[in-house]
Design a protein around this ligand. Structure first.
Ligand SMILES: *[C@@H]1O[C@H](CO)[C@@H](O)[C@H](O)[C@H]1NC(C)=O
Ligand SMILES: *[C@@H]1O[C@H](CO)[C@@H](O)[C@H](O)[C@H]1NC(C)=O
Ligand SMILES: *[C@@H]1O[C@H](CO)[C@@H](O)[C@H](O)[C@H]1NC(C)=O
Ligand SMILES: *[C@@H]1O[C@H](CO)[C@@H](O)[C@H](O)[C@H]1NC(C)=O
Ligand SMILES: *[C@@H]1O[C@H](CO)[C@@H](O)[C@H](O)[C@H]1NC(C)=O
Ligand SMILES: *[C@@H]1O[C@H](CO)[C@@H](O)[C@H](O)[C@H]1NC(C)=O
Ligand SMILES: *[C@@H]1O[C@H](CO)[C@@H](O)[C@H](O)[C@H]1NC(C)=O
Ligand SMILES: *[C@@H]1O[C@H](CO)[C@@H](O)[C@H](O)[C@H]1NC(C)=O
Ligand SMILES: *[C@@H]1O[C@H](CO)[C@@H](O)[C@H](O)[C@H]1NC(C)=O
Length: 481
């Protein structure tokens, strides 16, 4: 079922994946040059000093959402001071190589992306494996079984339960197969997995299997699935996002990278070395047409392609207390300045049957004028935003309370019986989405013009406090290159 507003919201969402526009390319090119200049340290610090007087930027008469900002909160201040030594601790490694696998007898009509093992309960260890990938639409009535090989060499087969996540049919549909009730001797771990039809035997061609990865419990931590980071996304945008969210209590971010520029990749490598980011290189399906998300934005195939990392991420990070599905240009900020754990625990206490929370989204359109030019970062520059929007909800979930088949495109977690989802008031917290106005919006519905602007400096006020540290960090990250 697609909710009302799907067309625009999916387009917004898809197009937010790559913050690619001529304008941004230009900004990026300029920053890229400054990074390589010998005098970069001086430049960064002097840029900050220019920001000294803030009265000019604060001339908004009514900015209702900011009044309660609690920047004196002890926790927040503690979190804003120290930046750990950015020296790279090794280069980090990609979490997995994209070992996309075909299935014997199906040529390119089934492509498998990953297999992730989890526990159905604390007593049933590694008894579930989620396999995600793509399947050609002509095969959608097939039934399969999971073929799992263990470290001991044992083979186990269970029915592969197909997850229905949408009625939307494209050539190659994103699919997830759940293999449940796998049993094994203590210490015998699932090693590799694949699927076979019902009637076929499980084969033993090792190279045709996916390696199994394991989801671990992190019950006191918060993770983010950030889908794609690709192409010309600016290193600065990643820095500002990671530095703010790290301070807000996010401890793991799973990032799917695709043809990322070297500066942005260098930033990710730093967070990878700190253990905050895990990167998964993502190749769009073998069809080269889909190697260009800008093209993909216009077709529903891309919409399907993007569900694959969502399945993957939900499976890998299911052991976290909270799991947010937001991108690295979306800032979830409590209007009281609370760290995420406090904000989410408060919400959970008030709404004990919630399996997840939906947050309204305010778009800070980066093709509007900058309200503050003294900041180097979009989050410090674009104070004006749209009103909180209802049909562009993003969510934070409690993975324990979800069934399989949750997704982002309609912003619907798929909660277990007895749980529901709670829509968080825009007075409590919103997602601030920094992005350009797409030409399509202007052409098709004048969205960027029709959305009224109003001032909201919630993010910039927080960021202002850490910008000097972020600039120091940036200088050190690039110095060490
Ligand atoms: C910053 O502002 C304060 C007060 O407005 C002023 O006293 C100080 O000289 C300013 N510093 C710089 C470097 O402009
Ligand atoms: C701010 O003021 C304008 C005009 O006075 C009004 O139209 C608008 O609704 C106000 N915004 C908020 C968020 O109260
Ligand atoms: C702001 O922080 C102070 C000190 O931690 C606390 O006493 C106060 O209740 C907080 N205010 C809000 C609105 O959260
Ligand atoms: C903040 O840091 C101080 C000094 O390191 C410490 O005593 C205090 O407990 C910290 N507060 C919080 C809320 O972490
Ligand atoms: C799947 O089965 C249904 C019901 O028998 C049928 O209507 C549909 O055309 C089949 N789909 C494909 C792709 O074969
Ligand atoms: C998926 O949909 C098909 C047909 O609509 C149905 O037969 C099947 O039981 C569904 N599978 C799950 C896991 O809900
Ligand atoms: C797994 O086993 C349980 C308990 O025996 C059973 O209720 C459940 O239906 C099984 N699930 C699948 C997918 O076979
Ligand atoms: C699954 O169980 C193993 C063994 O107890 C544990 O190490 C792992 O963290 C568990 N994973 C999850 C997601 O709970
Ligand atoms: C931000 O929005 C306000 C209210 O609509 C407007 O007056 C102001 O000019 C805008 N600021 C910028 C920098 O465009």
């Amino acid at each position: 079922m697609l909710p009302k507003g799907f067309k625009l919201s999916s387009r917004l969402w898809l197009s937010s994946l790559g913050v690619v526009s001529t304008c941004l390319l230009l900004v990026y090119a300029l920053l890229g040059i400054s990074i390589w200049r010998g005098d970069n340290h001086m430049r960064y610090y002097s840029d900050v000093l220019v920001c000294n007087g803030t009265s000019q930027e604060r001339s908004y008469e009514n900015s209702t959402y900011n009044n309660d900002l609690n920047l004196t909160s002890d926790t927040m201040i503690n979190l804003t001071v120290d930046t750990p030594d950015p020296k790279l601790i090794g280069n980090g490694k990609d979490l997995i190589q994209p070992l996309m696998k075909r299935v014997v007898n199906f040529q390119n009509n089934i492509i498998l992306f990953s297999a992730v093992a989890g526990n159905s309960s604390s007593k049933h260890i590694w008894d579930t494996i989620d396999i995600q990938g793509w399947e050609h639409k002509s095969l959608s009535n097939n039934t399969y079984k999971c073929c799992v090989r263990y470290t001991s060499g044992a083979l186990r087969m269970v029915p592969a339960i197909r997850i229905n996540w949408t009625n939307w049919v494209t050539e190659m549909n994103a699919v997830q197969f759940v293999c449940s009730n796998l049993t094994s001797r203590t210490g015998d771990l699932p090693d590799v997995a694949t699927i076979a039809t019902h009637k076929m035997e499980c084969h033993n061609l090792y190279d045709w299997h996916l390696p199994v990865t394991f989801a671990h419990a992190h019950k006191n931590e918060i993770a983010v699935c950030s889908k794609f980071v690709y192409g010309s996304v600016a290193a600065d945008d990643l820095l500002s996002w990671f530095e703010l969210h790290r301070r807000l209590g996010v401890t793991k971010v799973l990032v799917y990278t695709h043809k990322l520029n070297p500066e942005a990749f260098h930033v990710l490598r730093y967070y990878r070395a700190l253990g905050i980011a895990d990167t998964v290189p993502f190749i769009f399906r073998l069809d080269d047409q889909h190697n260009h998300p800008e093209i993909g934005v216009k077709n529903v195939q891309a919409w399907n392609d993007e569900q694959v990392p969502v399945f993957d991420c939900l499976a890998r990070l299911r052991g976290y207390r909270y799991l947010a599905l937001v991108d690295t240009d979306e800032y979830l900020i409590s209007n009281r300045g609370l760290p995420w754990m406090n904000m989410l625990d408060d919400l959970s206490a008030k709404h004990p049957s919630a399996a997840g929370f939906n947050f309204y989204v305010k778009v800070h359109v980066t093709s509007w004028n900058k309200a503050r030019t003294c900041s180097q970062f979009k989050v410090g520059q674009y104070l004006n935003s749209t009103r909180p929007m209802t049909e562009r909800w993003k969510h934070v979930t409690m993975p324990d309370r979800l069934r399989h088949g949750s997704q982002t495109h309609t912003f619907n977690p798929n909660e277990k019986a007895g749980f529901n989802r709670h829509v968080v008031s825009a007075e409590d917290a919103v997602i601030h989405h920094f992005r350009s106005c797409r030409t399509q919006w202007i052409e098709e519905n004048s969205a960027c013009i029709q959305f009224g602007q109003s001032a909201d400096d919630t993010v910039s006020k927080l960021f202002e406090k850490i910008e000097p540290d972020v600039l120091k960090l940036k200088a050190r990250i690039f110095e060490s290159q």
